[in-house]
Design a protein around this ligand. Structure first.
Ligand code: PMP
Ligand code: GLU
Length: 392
């Protein structure tokens, strides 16, 4: 066997795999509605495109940048933090990377020693567990109860804590559940982490995508002590419809940020220069398009949620942010004679051409994930087909 044990033991990203499968079937001429990938269907706003084109034309984008990112981009990130987090960040507290996903990877590589434990509230976004394993850490899954809106409590975290607990992953608004932790819940969790010297990895990537009056509180904004204990991961992919540009960043204490930059320096070098110029414009340019996209997602959620709740056997909690619905399909599987959610998802794809993501990769074997980052007609037709599948 030529492939390493490390990679053999790794799970493929189920989100990317489901997205690729749907694309492939479409290319083969099949009538497929894909609710797989969490990526805005909008193209990147024009002011951002123009800024990037200008940087190519005048030669600024031709060269390597500092590994941790352009100074102007760090200034833009600091300004963004002043506005949305209520504090500013020094250049040595920021490192920009090739997507938030790679920021996460450099974080885990930077802080985890073999067998260190990382607590992951479950359901969780697919890539955390495998990245932790790549860093030779141990993911510790703490099951959030659906009745508690898929959120974990301090009592649950305390029950999972051991002498080896190094990091707590916190993703609010959550992919896949769309749930948001309240200020009080975050304060309790933050204080618990400070008390036990556990690092908080705050994946805030959906922080601007909140709906129906719900608000996002960054845990790092709650106290100086919590901020010092936290590394924030954020990026431009979701908020600015820039998934293809691959720009994410981390904000935290200089020691960890420097370590993360060191990992990047030996792997990717700097994130793509032209994409960094686009990201500067995203962060400092006009923000009207962000609000327009947010409103579109909100309308889709409010339209599609009640329709999905009517599909026989689909039980769904209304999400507050991000762009996913995460129904429990246990009853639906029972009705159709399935015991495995991946087989259930595959049958839906084969029979009615709706591509969903299995909950299995999110640590949720009774759920499926639908992304509503697609147009309303597609969403309505997809839910209609799910009904047909269940009634057939
Ligand atoms: N965190 C979460 C929770 C996500 O859903 C995603 C989606 N890709 C990422 C991080 C990574 O985003 P990106 O690499 O596109 O910046
Ligand atoms: N984060 C998105 C999702 O969950 C994009 C795919 C990925 O990076 O996993 O669908």
């Amino acid at each position: 066997m030529k492939v390493s044990k490390r990679v053999l033991e790794m799970e493929e990203s189920v989100t990317l795999a489901a997205g690729a499968r749907a694309k492939q079937l479409k290319a083969e001429g099949r009538d497929i509605l894909s609710l797989t990938l969490g990526e805005p269907d909008f193209t990147t706003p024009e002011n951002i495109q123009e800024a990037a084109i200008a940087a190519i034309r005048d030669g600024r984008a031709s060269f390597y940048t500092v590994t941790s990112g352009l100074p102007e981009l760090k200034t833009a990130i600091s300004g963004y933090f002043e506005k949305f987090y209520g504090y500013s960040v020094a250049p040595n507290q920021v490192t920009v990377a090739t997507g938030a996903k790679f920021s996460l990877y450099t974080f885990f590589m930077s802080v985890i020693n073999p067998l260190d434990e990382v607590i992951i509230p479950t359901p969780y976004w697919v890539s955390y567990a495998d990245q932790i394993k790549m860093a030779e850490g141990v993911p510790v899954f703490v099951q959030a109860r659906e009745a508690n809106d898929f959120k974990v409590t301090v009592a649950q975290l305390e029950a999972a804590r051991t002498a080896k607990t190094k990091v707590l992953v916190l993703n609010s608004p959550s992919n896949p559940t769309g749930m948001i932790y309240s200020r009080e819940e975050l304060l309790a969790i933050g204080n618990w982490a400070v008390e036990h010297d556990i690092l908080i990895l705050a994946d805030d990537i959906y922080g601007r995508l909140v709906y129906n009056g719900n608000t996002f509180t960054p845990i790092s904004s709650l106290s100086e002590a919590i901020r010092k204990q936290t590394v924030v991961i954020n990026g431009v992919s979701k908020t600015y419809a820039m998934t293809g540009w691959r720009i994410g960043y981390a904000v935290g204490e200089p020691e960890i940020i420097a370590a993360m930059t060191k990992v990047a320096g030996q792997t990717t070098s700097n994130p793509t220069a032209v994409a960094q110029y686009g990201a500067i414009e995203a962060l400092i340019g006009e923000q009207d398009t962000v609000e327009q996209m947010r409103q579109a997602f909100e309308e889709r959620l409010n339209t599609i949620y009640p329709l999905l709740a009517e599909v026989p056997g689909f039980e769904v909690v209304k999400p507050q942010g991000a762009f996913y619905l995460f129904p429990n399909v246990k009853k639906a599987m029972d009705m159709k004679g399935f015991t495995d959610v991946t087989a259930f998802t595959t049958a839906i794809l084969e029979e009615v051409g709706v591509a969903l993501v299995t909950g299995a990769g999110f640590g949720a074997p009774e759920n499926v994930r639908l992304s509503y980052a697609t147009d309303l007609d597609t969403l309505k037709e997809a839910v209609k087909r799910l009904k047909t599948f269940m009634e057939g």
